[in-house]
Unconditional design. Structure first.
Length: 278
């Protein structure tokens, strides 16, 4: 199975780069399933039902989130009615929406997507390791063809630990939240594809997607200062492509994908479908 996971979509610039590239990416990389983290899609803070529809419309199958999930309050009433929009699984019992979903491809293969959130330098929430353990006990690889975990967190140590904790039990563990891509994508010892952070889909001429000036001023003055506004220059699409073995559910290949904007492009040549000569 060919999966594409796209990092935190930040504002209109992030949405635009996704919409511009997704239809051809689905074709050129022969993608079976696309997941994007949408926690910053609405002007940097949260997501709306309209933006969910916009992302589904361009070819995103499932949207994950993180600490910004409730920033736009209208999503609280919406999320329970949309099984393709996930919030972190380890929020307290009774939280609206779901932290995982099992989705069927057109050919019948099933994929489970899990959204979990780390705790180091983050809000004190329920244990993500225990939550993932319970889910993988109930829905092991084999019962589903592939399992993708979006682990949303700040500390690289906690994210690496989650990768190894899931090794051999999920197809991939991909980190989000830092908005900066790491260079440590690899297949772990037992066959799980891992990347500490996939980066953001947003304007990198910024401070993690927000306009530079106000962000810098907060550090310089140590005063609240003006409101952070989303940076709206040309965005980079930051994603990672994972190819899984349908027999085992484990990863065969993992390759970063970066297109547009300020970051150096990164195209997974070895995964591209050969274009027939005309
Ligand atoms: Fe984010
Ligand atoms: Fe976040």
């Amino acid at each position: 199975m060919r999966l594409l996971f796209c990092g935190d979509v930040v504002g209109r610039a992030g949405r635009d780069v996704l919409i511009a590239h997704m239809p051809r990416l689905r074709q050129e990389l022969a993608l079976d399933f696309v997941v994007a983290n949408g926690e910053n899609a609405a002007h940097g803070f949260g997501i709306t039902d309209k933006i969910c529809a916009e992302l589904y419309g361009c070819g995103v199958d499932v949207i994950t989130t993180g600490n910004h999930v409730w920033d736009r309050r209208e999503i609280i009433a919406y999320i329970a009615g949309d099984p393709r929009l996930l919030r972190p699984v380890n929020l307290p019992p009774g939280t609206p929406g779901a932290g995982h979903g099992i989705y069927a491809l057109a050919d019948g293969r099933k994929i489970m997507v899990v959204n979990a959130m780390a705790r180091l330098f983050m809000d004190a929430i329920d244990d993500p390791f225990a939550a993932i353990d319970r889910l993988l006990g109930a829905h092991p690889l084999g019962a589903v063809a592939a399992i993708l975990v979006d682990f949303h967190g700040e500390a690289t140590s906690e994210k690496a630990s989650m990768g190894h904790f899931c090794d051999g039990r999920t197809s991939a563990v991909i980190g989000t939240h830092s908005h900066c891509p790491t260079a440590d994508h690899r297949i772990l010892a037992q066959g799980t594809a891992y990347m500490t952070d996939v980066g953001m889909c947003g304007d990198y001429d910024s401070v993690i997607g927000m306009r530079k000036e106000a962000a810098i001023q907060r550090f310089v003055s140590k005063m609240p200062g003006e409101r952070l506004e989303v940076a709206d220059g040309a965005a980079t699409l930051c994603g990672v492509v994972v190819e899984t073995d349908d027999a085992t559910g484990l990863a065969r290949r993992i390759a970063p994908l970066r297109l547009g904007g300020r970051l150096a492009p990164c195209w997974p040549e070895e995964l591209a479908v050969p274009v027939m000569a005309k």
